[in-house]
Design a protein around this ligand. Structure first.
Ligand code: NDP
Length: 373
């Protein structure tokens, strides 16, 4: 394929410029955000071009998040390269393959043929949640490592089946909790660990947005078959997982929750529209939070300790996360980040390295399926 032989700068430039022109011709191709485009174009010169020992990835499901955020991040990664696309839309896949310099495309029907494709080591699954388990298991059975988008699945039975498939295949299964690779969140976690706010006593996390049934990526989220859980599984999970991260992945001793779905809202005939959750940890640490599909957008976390607090708002969006550290004995400190791509490419590189070296991954599949004692 001609585009696969283009220089790296040529491929990146083609991805951006041709993409702008081609978008109207291939209406289903999601947009690469302008900010990511400029980062791609400005950052390419220091990226080592040769394949070297990069892991070769197939991207499954070419939707908003995969195309708008992860595929540009692959271009920036140092240990990975996309070598295959898997889509239900051959025209969209061909368009993106040309723009990203990818030589092979599969459909969901031909997906199992990846077992015979030595140019694929890892599979990134960015499908609707209801399809995660089936495709992850198929990929593992094909002998590939799998990084699966969050939530890994909608039931613990599905999660356990995925983990068992990885064990049987002796391949890595990771859940794409990108926050663990976000320099901002890692910095905040480090501040907590180093005692900047004293002993942690209380955490809260709120993750809400107003779901629009007319927007296709929201429409499947509102169905039981494809969305599975609802607001908590889809968006509240960032606050819950972020809370555990700030506590060094501590396991709670108690968990409780109530539904807060607005009465009579037709959007929530199949999935919950809101959840209020609480957790208690050994040593008297408490946490609570809310998720909702029926509110204006909120993405914030608060960590309060014996000597101060860290208020993160937004806490775990793609870019521009901000935290205020407040203490009675010191001036406020603002922690700010502006880069959007590092957390995505860091996640891809970390998984690639873990898969290549056969060492534990930072966010293994087991992280998605914790069972309380
Ligand atoms: P989109 O609807 O934009 O993308 C999903 C893609 O899946 C579609 O474009 C389509 O790709 C494919 N697909 C296959 N079968 C179906 C079907 N029956 N209905 C709809 N789509 C189908 O969703 P998102 O990109 O928002 O979400 C995809 C995944 O990424 C989800 O698991 C979500 O939770 C996760 N996500 C993660 C984020 C993060 O920060 N880590 C942020 C946002 C989403 P094609 O046309 O190529 O077949």
């Amino acid at each position: 394929m001609t585009s696969a032989r283009l220089s790296r700068r040529g491929v990146l430039a083609a991805a951006v410029t041709a993409g702008l022109a081609a978008r109207e011709a291939v209406a289903a191709t999601p947009a690469i955000p302008p900010r990511a485009q400029s980062q791609i174009l400005s950052g390419v010169d220091d990226i080592p071009d040769p394949m070297g020992d990069r892991m070769r990835w197939a991207v499954v499901g070419l939707g908003n998040f995969a195309v708008g955020h992860m595929m540009p991040a692959f271009l920036e990664s140092r240990r990975a390269r996309i070598t295959a696309l898997v889509s239900g839309s051959p025209a969209k896949a061909a368009d993106l393959a040309a723009r990203f310099g990818v030589a092979r495309c599969y459909t969901y029907e031909t997906f199992d043929q990846i077992a015979h494709d030595p140019q694929i080591d890892c599979v990134y699954i960015a499908l609707p949640v209801g399809l995660h388990a089936a495709f992850a298991i198929r990929a593992l059975q094909a002998g590939k490592h799998v990084l699966c988008e969050k939530p890994m699945a909608s039931t613990s039975a599905e999660c356990r089946a995925m983990i068992a498939a990885a064990h049987t295949a002796r391949r890595q299964l990771g859940v794409a909790y990108r926050v663990h690779f976000d320099p901002f969140n890692r910095q905040v976690a480090q501040m907590i660990r180093s005692g900047e706010i004293g002993a942690v006593r209380y955490l809260s996390a709120d993750n809400c947005f107003d779901a629009n049934p007319a927007f296709p990526p929201h429409a499947w989220r509102l169905t039981k078959a494809l969305g599975g859980g609802g607001s908590m599984f889809d968006y509240g999970i960032y606050g819950l997982n972020g809370t555990l991260m700030m506590l060094d992945d501590a396991a709670p001793t108690d968990v409780s929750a109530i539904y807060t779905t607005p009465a009579g809202d037709p959007r929530f005939a199949q999935v919950e529209g809101g959840v209020l959750w609480r957790m208690r940890f050994a040593g008297g640490v408490h946490a609570q939070g809310c998720s909702s599909y029926a509110m204006s957008h909120i993405n914030r976390q608060l960590v309060t300790g014996t000597r101060g607090s860290l208020a993160m708002d937004p806490a775990n969006v793609y870019d521009r996360n901000v935290a205020h550290r407040r203490r009675v004995d010191q001036p406020d400190v603002v922690i700010d980040t502006t880069a959007s791509l590092p957390q995505f490419s860091a996640q891809i590189d970390a998984f690639s390295q873990a898969a290549r070296d056969n060492v534990p991954h930072r966010t293994p599949g087991s992280m998605a399926c914790a069972i309380l004692p």
